[in-house]
Design a protein around this ligand. Sequence first.
Ligand SMILES: Cc1cc2nc3c(=O)[nH]c(=O)nc-3n(C[C@H](O)[C@H](O)[C@H](O)COP(=O)(O)OP(=O)(O)OC[C@H]3O[C@@H](n4cnc5c(N)ncnc54)[C@H](O)[C@@H]3O)c2cc1C
Length: 715
Amino acid sequence: MKKSRIALVAMLVALVAAFFAAGGHRYLTFESIKAQQAAIEAYHQAHPWRTASGYFLVYVAVTGLSLPGAAIMTLAGGAVFGLLWGTVIVSFASSIGATLAFLASRFLLRDWVQSRFGHNLRALNEGVAKEGAFYLFTLRLIPVVPFFAINLAMGLTPMRAWTFYWMSQVGMLAGTIVYVNAGTQLAAIESPSGILSPALIGAFLLLGFFPLIAKRIVDMVKARRVYAKWARPVRFDRNLVVIGAGSAGLVSAYIAAAVKAKVTLVEKHRMGGDCLNTGCVPSKALIRTTRLLAQIRRAPEFGIKSAHAEFDFADVMERVRRVVKTVEPHDSVERYTKLGVECLHGEARIASPWSVEVKTAAGMQTLTTRAIVIAAGGRPFVPPIPGIEDTGYLTSDTVWDLRELPPRLVVLGGGPIGSELAQCFARLGSRVTQVEMLARILIREDPEISQLVADRFQAEGIAVLTGHKAKSFGVENGEKVLIAEHDGKDVRIPFDQLLVAVGRVANTQGYGLEELGIPVTKARTVETDEYLRTIYPNITACGDVAGPYQFTHTAAHQAWYAAVNALFGGLKKFRADYSVIPWATFTDPEVARVGLNETEAKEKNVPYEVTTYGLDDLDRAIADEEAHGVVKVLTVPGKDRILGVTIVGEHAGDLIVEYIAAMRHGIGLNKILGTVHIYPTFAEANKYAAGAWKRAHAPEKLLKWVEKYHSWMRG
Ligand SMILES: Cc1cc2nc3c(=O)[nH]c(=O)nc-3n(C[C@H](O)[C@H](O)[C@H](O)COP(=O)(O)OP(=O)(O)OC[C@H]3O[C@@H](n4cnc5c(N)ncnc54)[C@H](O)[C@@H]3O)c2cc1C
């Protein structure tokens, strides 16, 4: 504990001890105040200011130290100062005292509570940040909720001190007036318990819930206002229309059909969206072929004198197309029709909150619907760099049409898509230059993790140019050239083809969002609340169009919330849960992550411990000639609770699943260690990482005694 905290604890303990030693608890009783009333009033007559300031300070001290007696002091305030001045003095003294208790609790305990339980408290923290003032106001208005408990509990939340102060002062005012007023009749009161009659408590409860009820009404009025200018159909043809048949749209439609809703899925291009046609599936198919090529080149490492692969780039790309075709039926119109989804091929436009126009080959169709899910996905972002349109470029949308291998390929972008494709093309034989503006590739990962991948890239002949900002493209002597800026100097990079992979933007234009006034965020995704609802509660959004993640599994995860909240939000709605989101980059070595890494833990001020297990030690990795990489686990200091895991190496994307399940279900490293893992597998690495953590936390003192016991047993 820091010195300042120890000093504060010592001071608080000393003050509380002094209070009890001086018999404060005996003075602050109803009987004592009644008995002293005449004497106090006489003193007040003689010294009005001294009495008021003394009373004020004692009140602040009692409430600030969370001592018992605040209610009695309030009664005394009424008896001595009357209703008006009693209310003024008590109102300020109690609010200041409450804020001191709030600050003490925050200073002493908040960091500890948030670091230990912050993960579980996330929803509460977010709720307090958003609606905390309302809840505090409600609690303050209901005087049956203990005053000191509210002060101490609120100190542990992220609520601002100023918000706490003024909400407390306003919220406590009604209760203060009741008590001070009762105090003006002190002589007539027999016991403080009679002050709050059941009827008065009922009135306070009503008052307390009033702000929450008022907020709900305001929300309803706001929602009605956005709908006001639209004509609502008398009846609806459908319960749900889903726009876009990518990962998000397919799952939304499937869920709606599974709960027997009448649902129409509209797709303007290809069923399956990006993941099937231009994203996950073709990229993983290409990775498989290029991985085989890389392994053939490593034949001597496996005891094979020589091996040689002959291939045509066009055949490789045809295989990729074949894989897409093979997976296609999973996302097909036939399959979804069988599942109960009406599939329409055409371009959708939201015409009103309850109608969607679809431009099909047969003409325009208007669908009326109770709810809409926007799952319109995203597209590659092409930065407006001078000359880029003239020299031409490929993106993840068009690269799959290539049938001739580019001899020299520039990959612009060091993120997952750019990195996966850069390695594929290098392994196929292109001379690849990867250009990244930031200091390293895979910037979301910890620096040494990025470095492991960059080292492998360089070993495979990829020129990884980090800190290089693309300035312009042009043609010099018939050769395409990129001019990039590095350390203030221009670097000239000639190339034959350019692949742009600098990120993806959500599709938010041209299908009615503008006309409906549905806002987009700074990240240019559709703005939604935590239930994935747009400003129209019957219109939800999910997948790449909604962000913040851009993965197929997160699109599918969000789709459940989007569909359920769109269909049943009026009855019960569910907050999208992002507490455990994993991802993987399928480079070689693979990089997989769930939860926090070190960089993020530092940024968020989350205390952590790091345990690593090197895959170079793993029997199976050695047998497979893949003895490289690491399992890196972040845990709460002194505990086995997992904050996050990064794995680099063979099958990292599969290995991490054990940790995803552990984090999702609150399982710690001790339990992973206590689970039998099959020998010899890569999965054993997870257990060995848990073992490394356990060894670092061995109870050394206890073990010394056990050693003595064994030596005694030996005689
Ligand atoms: C090269 C690459 C590799 C990737 N690899 C992975 C990976 O390994 N793992 C992973 O999890 N993710 C990966 N992703 C990301 C993943 O593909 C996306 O996150 C996912 O496809 C998003 O799904 P979605 O449904 O939100 O959008 P999309 O798949 O883009 O689907 C949106 C659909 O909406 C349609 N649409 C848009 N507007 C309209 C309209 N007005 N009317 C009708 N239809 C409309 C579009 O035609 C499209 O089919 C990869 C992406 C790329 C580009």
